[in-house]
Design a protein. Structure first.
Length: 294
């Protein structure tokens, strides 16, 4: 493990709490796949530590997480600067998505309660982390959603069942089809967060709830989490991690027609920043929330 990667996802355990911090503020905490592997290592460390009763997930700097690093996205499916590169096989796409969605499943079924403290941008993979958490406290300035769906997916998300259960089918479809985002207060109203507070009160609000959990018996926490898992299973939550990766793999294999925007080609020709601006510009005239990024 490189020193750089260790610095990018921090871990601290004290007073019954484990703190996992995304620490790439200069990139607005966009995560590479290697960072996410490190993130999951920390989740397992916290699960194995009997003194840890709650896991607090946070982002360093003004943003929680702007999703997967767009400079890396697509490499797993064979997208590259080489115009003559061979199209990747379906088995390659499915294998990658299966492995990655199982990481979100592992977070969703973590044996310790998780609290995500969300400020600023929280989109794409950042929103998946939020959706997989037990509790979410959002700053009022948070911007939460799935604008990455505008690239090529239009609803083929990893955790659509959760979105529908939490938000209702209409609002879930709106967020995933249109790629919209909501602020912290709206996230509470729509079931994506538990509480909204001013940004300067976010850390304290998280500590308050963590302390209430820490005071519970360890066995009670474990049994309560297991009971929640069983209830989630009865609602079909397990199946979303199966069709989620299949749908995502299919979604990244669409054919673009001449009048349609191909983000991967734009990135190849104009770089991440230029491609992102052009992607959002395509939707500005229709009144969608410009400025979001994955």
């Amino acid at each position: 493990m490189s020193e750089d990667l260790r610095d990018r996802v921090l871990y601290e355990a004290r007073d019954g709490r484990a703190y996992i911090t995304l620490n790439r503020p200069e990139k607005r905490n966009a995560v590479t796949y290697e960072m996410f592997d490190r993130f999951m290592e920390h989740i397992r460390t916290a699960e194995d530590d009997d003194d840890v009763r709650v896991i607090i997930i946070r982002g360093e700097g003004p943003d929680f997480c702007t999703g997967h690093d767009l400079a890396q996205v697509g490499s797993e499916y064979g997208f590259s600067a080489d115009k003559d590169a061979r199209r990747p096989s379906q088995r390659r796409r499915i294998h990658f998505d299966k492995r990655h969605v199982e990481q979100f499943r592992e977070l969703f079924y973590c044996v310790k309660p998780t609290i995500s403290l969300v400020q600023g941008n929280c989109v794409g993979a950042g929103t998946y982390i939020v959706e997989a958490s037990d509790l979410v406290i959002a700053a009022t300035n948070a911007k939460i959603g799935h604008p990455e769906q505008k690239m090529m997916l239009a609803g083929a998300a990893y955790m659509t069942t959760f979105n529908i259960l939490a938000m209702g089918p209409r609002k879930a479809r709106e967020m995933l089809l249109l790629g919209t985002t909501v602020n912290g207060t709206e996230a509470v109203e729509q079931g994506l967060a538990n509480r909204a507070v001013p940004p300067e009160e976010l850390a304290a609000a998280g500590e308050e709830w963590a302390e209430r959990i820490v005071r519970l018996p360890r066995d009670a926490i474990a049994i309560g989490k297991a009971a929640t898992h069983m209830a989630m299973d009865s609602l079909g939550m397990t199946s979303q991690f199966i069709y989620g990766y299949v749908g995502h793999a299919l979604g990244t294999n669409i054919r673009y027609e001449p009048d349609e925007q191909n983000f991967m080609k734009l990135r190849r020709d104009k770089g991440v920043t230029g491609a992102s601006k052009e992607r959002e510009g395509r939707f500005e005239s229709s009144g969608s929330d410009a400025g979001s990024k994955r």
